[in-house]
Design a protein around this ligand. Structure first.
Ligand SMILES: NC(=O)c1ccc[n+]([C@@H]2O[C@H](COP(=O)([O-])OP(=O)(O)OC[C@H]3O[C@@H](n4cnc5c(N)ncnc54)[C@H](O)[C@@H]3O)[C@@H](O)[C@H]2O)c1
Ligand SMILES: O=P(O)(O)OC[C@H](O)CO
Length: 338
């Protein structure tokens, strides 16, 4: 039997646990770092993660640990913490690994940095890749077919190392070298999924949702262009693909958060004591600031940010609908003077 390299996964929420299960599906050893001692205990004793992924039975070759030091010597680490703690957790690794594969989707509050910039500082010398795409954790854990973008900062050489380590029959990574684009797709779609949830919660219909997806995608492309992302990356799995998934399903925590806001719940109540992460709520304020600083029009992102700040969802949607009529494509704006 082939001897596979052991892979490490940092973060045992729904996504880290699902990735560990997918990676272990070829019989390999996976070391999974969990923040909560009870998660370590449940995975090792019962091969389950009742806190974050109760639907999955986990492979016995997944060993959970609460010690980051237990990942020392493992060359490939997947990082799957919430975006806002990624830098802190990586800075606690005793030694930077050869390859870090970032699977979190968000932008750091305060600094406005993408995760690859955060990781570069916290884990100097590691080659950085980003894994992102339409991936509900419960489906990946169940072995259902899934495709992702694997953007390799270390180019084709890093891809040659990572692709065989990560690909499985039902889990297909596609190569890219556009780390910035892969990250922007995942971070922005979370905010747009909240917007689609709001529209659903307000009962505004499927035409409105489709309009939001298309106009939101324009915002993603504009922001990506301002930060140097390739447009083609954003039209792929990690951009449009993930946008379509999360804007169409209440399985998305971001969509579900938006839906509750649209139904009238208060943002403060919804965010208080939440165990699972809805990254869009953390990304919206920093993304809205970055867009304003760079002069990138992102009215839907600004609207989500206002609703999360306590504004009435119905009033904010009315404001969006009353904006002056304009060209759909910026390249046509000059024709009608708007
Ligand atoms: N769930 C999915 O389907 C999915 C898919 C793709 C990407 N992601 C991304 O993966 C990342 C993790 O999401 P998730 O769904 O696995 O999380 P989750 O909502 O299932 O669980 C929350 C996670 O946060 C961890 N945590 C809480 N406080 C912490 C702290 N102070 N330090 C370290 N860890 C702490 C918990 O241990 C747990 O792992 C997010 O950026 C998310 O956008 C999730
Ligand atoms: O549940 P969400 O909204 O965090 O979405 C999960 C994944 O990002 C979908 O690709």
């Amino acid at each position: 039997m082939t001897q596979h390299e052991t892979i490490g996964v940092i973060g045992a929420g729904a996504w880290g646990t699902a990735l560990a299960q997918m990676l272990a599906s070829d019989g390999r050893d996976v070391v999974l770092w969990a923040y909560e001692p009870e998660v370590v205990q449940a995975i090792n004793a019962e091969h389950r993660n009742p806190l974050y992924l109760p639907s999955a039975s986990l492979a016995p070759t997944i060993r959970a640990t609460g010690e980051l030091g237990d990942l020392t010597g493992i060359d490939t680490l997947l990082v799957v913490t919430p975006a806002q703690v990624l830098g802190k957790v990586l800075a606690s690794l005793p030694r930077p690994p050869r390859d870090l594969v970032l699977c979190s989707k968000g932008i750091e509050a305060g600094s406005g940095r993408l995760m690859n910039d955060v990781a570069r500082e916290a884990s100097p010398g590691s080659a950085i890749a980003v894994l992102s795409g339409p991936t509900f954790a419960h489906e990946v854990a169940a072995g259902m077919p899934t495709a992702v973008t694997l953007a390799c900062g270390g180019g084709a050489e890093q891809w040659e190392r990572l692709a065989p380590a990560i690909a499985r029959p039902a889990f297909r990574p596609y190569y890219s070298d556009d780390v910035t684009g892969a990250e922007i797709g995942g971070a922005v779609k979370n905010v747009l999924a909240i917007a689609c949830g709001v529209v659903d919660g307000l009962g505004l219909g499927q035409n409105a949702r489709a309009a939001l997806i298309a106009r939101g995608f324009s915002e993603m492309l504009r922001f990506g262009e301002a930060l140097g992302a390739q447009t083609e990356t954003l039209t792929g799995l990690c951009g449009l693909g993930d946008l379509v998934l999360t804007c169409s399903s209440a399985s998305s925590r971001n969509f579900a958060l938006g839906k509750a806001l649209g139904e009238g719940a208060s943002a403060a109540d919804l965010m208080a004591d939440r165990r699972t992460v809805a990254e869009g709520a953390h990304t919206a304020p920093v993304l809205a600031d970055l867009a304003e600083q760079r002069g990138v029009p992102m009215p839907i992102v600004a609207a989500v940010n206002a609703i999360l700040g306590g504004a009435s969802a119905r009033e904010i949607v009315a404001e969006l609908l009353s904006r002056p009529l304009r060209a759909e494509l910026e390249s046509d704006a000059g024709d009608i003077g708007a």
